[in-house]
Design a protein around this ligand. Structure first.
Ligand code: DGJ
Length: 712
């Protein structure tokens, strides 16, 4: 980076089709004037004019100089919106007015140092535009004063176009994570907080704002994600001085961040993306994540997880039979879920005692692990390292390792409490016991679970809140285990999908997207999780036909089609299958193997469809030479046959052959004539597919077809 001379008051950063313009007007807090569409190789004088043209006039009833939305805002500067920084010195307010002390920039990044010597504070704001066009921003604050400074809030923000008046975020709960909700962005603040000590099933993965009615295919939209797995705040704000913005930061509990003189704290990264439609916004996140050196590169192994097949009923013959059946179906990874360690006969006891239960496994896990490996599959194992049951040897011998803010334990959840991993001895114990198991057995994969919120999580009675420290300790433990066991893959699970964020996903290899395996429910869950998470990092499994979490009975076709564009697996007692059913499941596994190279490298597309009962989504190869689409029907449609559906995202100028490749073929009842195009050679251009489309087959609810598209 080069130092910016005082005369250079406007910086234009460009990368990956994204521009960011920063106005460093002397005497004012710098401001991001624009982020989003590439503004091209704009002449310098036009950039200066652009910055000038964005400045605010004085207005009646306001300050003599209208304060704009800057990169690091404070109340003492006259900014009346949500400030970037708030804090105090032992209860005494601090008047902070941060002014630029230094700035550096390159073609795609900028760093601005700000300071207020009177307040004894300095800050650094860093922004970079990446090769995928994502904007990554973070802010650090240092205490330069003589006494301690308690940080109450540290937010990072990015401005919005004024026309972005509709916001989209997600909410949820166990078994229904990431349900979308839309609102008008009115004046004021739309704030989403997560105070669960983990990301949370109800936390929004993305906060997006766009022109009214923006969809997946079109409509200008900007969105931000906070890469953090602890408490968080994320908000959209519209202020009466003609500015609106998206912001986020870690939510600090009272007294949690107390900086001694010379200490500093850095915010989690805010990642911003934009696009004409949500698919374009999502692709930048996917490309960014895929470009990381640690991104799982090899084909995602077809996974069988034992949980819904046996729950806690661990018996070697049954688990061996499950492994045999799985191997026959083409499964490549077998994951032994909860129930293998000492005292864990149900969910009331044992968490913390990470030693193989000799009463259930007299020969250790060797018989099952060796059998799985001999069958050509990888062996995976479940852990829940941050948790402890009061009914465990660990809790009995180290009650002081349990997080609590008062003498009595916090309210329990699933009969469990949280282990203080920032305690050096607890951390060392946990690293040792997990590492020992990983060394003793041929374990390629860990399912890392986290089944309760952190409530009153302090390091002991009367101690300061501990969520920040706990989150960092978990990150450190994962990093250290991965470094000690090269090649180990880790799945982030938290009662299903309650810890889904790019902080955890920077150090793990996939998420368990939801405990709800019902494909009808999974459609929305996976679509909105996919706004940020690349599809190959989302666990998607075939369900037992009688879905455990919803009681609905679903067809294999529906289950298979919905699991196809992700990390495919099975959560089902496949020892119970008839030969015919096993052959059908095997066909889905084979199709998933054919589709997975595209899933791991291609672009996910979601068509904006007229009838809510029909879902059209696909994955298009990066070179647009091929694609797969699913047409999934969740309910009856208003018209029958229904109108054409478009298959977007292909190269408009290429010609493609399309054919239905659903295992089991297309279902046509005698009441309907055959779908003509599906029974002949059908070739269409990418433009025709995107603009005109094809008639979907007449289907009953819970049917689906898979369409393969190949350039000719
Ligand atoms: C919650 C997870 O989401 C499930 O998949 C399973 O691993 C159970 N925990 C085991 O206790």
């Amino acid at each position: 980076m080069r130092a910016l001379p005082a005369a250079e008051t406007v910086v234009h950063l460009r990368s990956g089709g994204t521009s960011v313009v920063v106005d460093l007007q002397p005497g004012s807090v710098p401001a991001v004037v624009h982020w989003g569409d590439d503004l091209g190789d704009a002449p310098r004088e036009t950039l200066v004019s652009l910055a000038t043209a964005s400045r605010l006039q004085r207005i009646s009833g306001g300050l003599d100089r209208t304060v704009r939305h800057g990169i690091v805002t404070t109340a003492a500067s006259g900014w009346a919106g949500t400030p970037s920084l708030e804090g105090h010195r032992d209860g005494e307010g601090v008047s902070a007015v941060l002014a630029v002390s230094d700035a550096r920039a390159s073609d795609d990044a900028i760093e601005v140092d700000l300071a207020d010597s009177e307040a004894g504070l300095s800050a650094r704001w860093e922004l970079r535009v990446t090769a995928s066009g994502l904007v990554r921003v973070r802010t650090s604050v240092r205490n330069d004063g003589p006494g301690a400074y308690t940080v109450q809030a540290l937010h990072t923000t990015l401005p919005l176009p004024w026309e972005a008046t509709e916001i989209l975020d997600t909410t949820g709960r166990h078994l229904r994570e990431r349900s979308a909700q839309r609102h008008e962005l009115t004046f004021g603040t739309h704030l989403r907080e997560s105070r669960r000590g983990r990301t949370g099933a109800d936390a929004t993965l993305l906060l997006a704002a766009g022109v009214p009615g923006f969809g997946f295919e079109r409509g200008r939209v900007h969105g931000v994600h906070l890469a953090w797995s602890g408490n968080s705040r994320i908000f959209a704000e519209r202020v009466p001085t003609g500015e609106s913005f998206l912001g986020a930061g870690e939510l600090y509990l009272p007294g949690e961040i107390r900086l001694a003189p010379g200490e500093e704290v850095t915010s989690p990264e805010l990642l911003g993306s934009w696009g004409d439609g949500l698919d374009e916004l999502a692709v930048r996140f996917h490309e960014e994540w895929r470009a990381r050196p640690q991104h799982p590169a090899r084909p995602r192994p077809i996974t069988l997880n034992t949980w819904e097949a046996v729950y806690f009923d661990h018996r070697l013959p049954k688990l061996i039979a499950l492994a045999d059946a799985a191997a026959e179906l083409g499964v490549e990874r077998y994951v032994l879920d909860d129930g293998w360690f000492r005292h864990r006969r149900d969910d009331t006891a044992g968490l913390g005692d990470w030693y193989v239960d000799e009463s259930v496994w007299p020969d250790g896990l060797h018989p099952i692990a060796d059998h799985v490996v001999a069958k050509g599959m990888e062996f995976g194992l479940w852990f829940e390292p941050e948790m402890v049951n009061p009914d465990s040897d660990l809790a009995r011998s180290h009650p002081d390792w349990i997080l609590r803010g008062r003498a009595e334990l916090p309210p329990s959840s699933r009969q469990q409490q949280v282990l203080n991993l920032a305690h050096p001895d607890a951390y060392a114990y946990m690293f040792r016991v997990i590492s020992d198991i990983l060394t003793t057995y041929p374990i390629a994969y860990v399912k890392w679970d986290h089944n309760r919120d952190l409530v009153d999580a302090a390091a002991g009675p009367g101690g300061a809140a501990h969520v920040h420290a706990q989150t960092l300790a978990v990150y450190r433990l994962i990093d250290q285990l991965k470094a000690a066991h090269p090649g180990l893959e880790i799945e982030s699970c938290a009662s299903g999908g309650a810890r889904v964020d790019l902080g955890i996903l920077d150090r793990t290899d996939r998420i368990w997207t939801s405990d709800c395996l019902d494909p009808v429910e999974r459609l929305e869950n996976q679509r909105y999780t996919g706004l940020v998470v690349p599809p190959e990092m989302m666990g998607m499994h075939l369900t037992t036909p009688h879905v455990h979490s919803t009681g609905r009975t679903v067809s294999l076709t529906l289950s298979g089609a919905v699991a196809l564009f992700g990390h495919f697996g099975i959560e089902w007692d496949v020892t119970t299958l008839t030969d015919t059913d096993a052959a059908a499941v095997g066909d889905w596994v084979a199709l998933a193997k054919r589709v997975r190279p595209l899933v791991a490298t291609g672009r996910i597309v979601n068509a904006d469809v007229a009838d809510p009962g029909l879902d059209v989504r696909g994955v298009v190869a990066a070179d647009a030479a091929s694609a797969f689409f699913t047409l999934t029907q969740t309910q009856t449609l208003i018209s029958s046959p229904t109108g054409r559906v478009r298959l977007p995202g292909l190269d408009p100028d290429r010609t493609y052959r399309i054919r239905i490749v659903t295992p089991g073929g297309i279902i046509e009842t005698p009441a309907q004539s055959p779908l003509e195009w599906a029974h002949q050679d059908t070739v269409l251009t990418g433009r025709q597919l995107a603009v005109v489309g094809v008639r979907p087959p007449v289907q009953n609810p819970q049917q689906a077809v898979v369409i393969e598209v190949t350039a000719i």
